[in-house]
Design a protein around this ligand. Structure first.
Ligand code: UGA
Length: 439
């Protein structure tokens, strides 16, 4: 199939590369500087294996780049739109980028027979887009095909998805979409467009709800000396619940969950419905960083002038994305309390904030620190030389915001003089000297 795909952000680029890998002829469209970078194989996102796969499909001639959407879609069987749909300050979704793309096609009075919306859009958007194309004399069916890609495992999620959802009106559109995904083994859910649009929001809201539920239960565990990992593995063993997305920690971040929760709440408001469950999910998440700061203060006393080493800046491992990262909230709160921050991340080398020194080694970041906090569950943090790292610190206090460290490493930590290990939703552990001092 000849597919033109507009938008080479996270979703667009991964989709373009994967559809090309499936053997389709893909033309990816974006602004000039972005396309120039891609032609030099310079990606502004960090996703395992993407660079190599992009080079492969490009060399095979299945993927080309363009800056002119009209030219790129002249012979296309379908146009896919994967541009950003950010939240406006009033809580509504900004569809400006989608409108810009379609306006160019309306202006040229040409459009492929199918426009597939991959961007996350509010319910009813595809109906409206199709009506505006029709009003411009273009007989195009607008189809909704949501993405469920996780950053850090996006290629795998694309090629081996749990399900594929098509929101379409006619059997012709369904046939075209099935052809596009030919070669991927997954259950296909076909429904009308409004339901498909809601599947995307409801899925992210549900995942965020699972995380907030675990975080809420972690507070209960801390109060009663129970262990959240045992509680949630017992809960998640029920097949009706499932074991994933039940890890308690510093809360969810990233560009999707908060944005989509907000958009779904606004969707509810538009029809006069409040969605209190979603409000509670967001509220629990907002309490995560203040709770971490409260733990620090209870162990330090006065936080003013203390130095905190932060391990992990990106919102999750295997990405350099810092959008809505819990790290940013932590940084703002540290600034408010007069806490100095030194951070290290395996891939993020800078953050556009003055109040942090980003260092190129976890050990340099730990120098003279009064505590270290693990904010992102990069697996390599479990492999650090923890006894050495603790010796570099002023105070050997470890907050494990992701319950990352295995018991062997925790044993090494609490073997050190005065060391304290503070996990989430589990009792803290101390060296015998630290215990004696607190008695
Ligand atoms: C999320 C969804 O998982 C994807 O299905 C969806 O396509 C994507 O949003 C989107 O809408 O584009 P993503 O934001 O890349 O994907 O990352 P997740 O793996 O979902 O993690 C989100 C946040 O939740 C991270 O900060 C992660 O650390 C946190 N998390 C995840 C937890 O705190 N606990 C968990 O058990 C799982």
């Amino acid at each position: 199939m000849r597919l033109t795909l507009v938008g080479t952000g996270y979703v667009g680029l991964v989709a373009a590369v994967c559809f090309a890998k499936l053997g389709h002829d893909v033309i990816a469209v974006d602004r000039e500087p972005i396309i120039r970078g891609l032609l030099e194989n310079k990606l502004n996102i960090w996703e395992p294996q993407l660079e190599q796969m992009l080079a492969d499909v490009f060399a095979m001639g299945h993927l080309r780049f363009e800056t002119d959407v009209v030219k790129a879609s002249a012979d296309a069987d379908a146009l896919m739109v994967a541009v950003g749909t950010p939240t406006r300050p009033d809580g509504h979704t900004d569809l400006g980028h989608i409108h810009e793309v379609l306006a160019q096609l309306m202006h040229s009075a040409t459009c492929p027979p199918f426009v597939i919306i991959k961007s996350t859009v509010p319910v009813g958007t595809c109906d409206e887009l199709e009506a505006s194309l029709l009003a411009a004399g273009l007989h195009t069916e607008v189809v909704f095909n949501p993405e469920f890609l996780r950053q850090g495992s996006a290629l795998n999620d694309f090629m081996e998805p749990d399900r594929i959802v098509f929101g379409c009106k006619t059997p012709q559109a369904e046939t075209r979409l099935r052809k596009l995904y030919d070669g991927i083994e997954a259950p296909i859910h076909v429904c009308e467009r409004r339901s498909a649009e809601l599947v995307k929001y409801a899925s992210n809201a549900f995942l965020a709800m699972k995380i907030s539920f675990s975080n809420m239960m972690s507070d209960v565990c801390e109060g009663y000396g129970a262990d959240i990992r045992h509680v949630m593995s017992g809960v998640g063993a029920d097949r009706r619940i499932g074991p994933e997305f039940l890890s308690a920690g510093v809360g969810y971040g990233g560009s999707c969950f908060s944005k989509d929760l907000q958009a779904l709440m606004t969707t509810g408001k538009l029809i006069g419905r409040s969605l209190p469950l979603l409000e509670a999910v967001a509220k629990v998440n907002d309490q995560r960083i203040p709770r971490m700061i409260a733990k620090l203060i209870s162990l330090w006393g006065n936080p003013m002038g203390k130095r905190l080493c932060v391990l992990g800046i990106s919102f999750k491992p295997n990405t350099n994305d810092v959008r809505d990262a819990p790290f940013l909230t932590l940084l703002a709160q540290c600034e408010r309390h007069g806490i100095e921050v030194q951070a290290y991340d395996p891939v993020v080398r800078q953050v556009g904030a003055k109040a942090v020194k980003v260092l190129d080694s976890p050990y340099t970041a730990a120098a003279s620190a009064d505590a270290v906090i693990i904010m992102t569950e990069w697996p390599q943090f479990a492999e650090l030389d923890w006894p050495y790292l603790l010796h570099l610190m002023r105070q050997p206090l470890v907050l494990d915001g992701r319950n990352l460290l295995p018991s062997g490493v925790i044993a090494q930590i609490v073997n050190e003089d005065n060391a304290v290990y503070v996990p989430v939703g589990r009792p803290m552990e101390c060296s015998s000297s630290a215990r004696e001092e607190s008695l």
